[in-house]
Design a protein around this ligand. Sequence first.
Ligand code: SF4
Ligand code: SF4
Length: 214
Amino acid sequence: MLMFSVNPCYDLMPASEDVEELWNEKNYENPLFNMDAERQELYEECQRRGVGITVMKAFGGGDLLDGELSPAGKALSTFQCLNYALTRPGVAAVMSGARTIEDLQADIAYESASEEEKDYAPALASFPKISWSGHCMYCGHCAPCPQGIDVATVTKFLNLAVSQGSVPETVREHYGTLAHTAGECAACGACERRCPFQVKIIENMKKAVEIFGK
Ligand code: SF4
Ligand code: SF4
């Protein structure tokens, strides 16, 4: 397993051995676009190898929960931060920091929170200087697909295969167990209209068919 800092602001930062860079305000002054490629690669590699990531700094030391302090310029809720971390490839658990019993209870409430409360996509899509346009965030906002395709999961498997340059056997097996696969896509476009990050889903479904054969 691997313990690693994961949150929607640190994920934009290039890999560095200097941890101070993660909360250096200067690094967030200019517009930021999309996840750092090395971080993405790390998460995907972990998922491929069955290495569970346990997350620390899901709230950026609390800064992400405060609009004044957050590098994004807007506050996220604890539920949104936890859900973001838990939906990254490879992530198995979040070690949420708690200063008080109330903090801990607020974190545990995630287990009974509604999907709307956990939904981080609209918040991320509204950050003033940060954009994930064209990048699948695995938020599931594109659902429901009339063909029953789980677009977020298909896209996750597609990205794992593309970054590896071949289809790992475990990914092929998991893809094979999906009730509906990309080959059933009718190109209706309903998912693309709902995606807050302008992902070219129909194109991705075609690529998935090329790669997985169905
Ligand atoms: S395609 Fe868009 S809406 Fe669907 S999971 Fe990815 S980012 Fe979210
Ligand atoms: S375009 Fe394809 S994946 Fe998207 S909702 Fe329509 S059938 Fe489903």
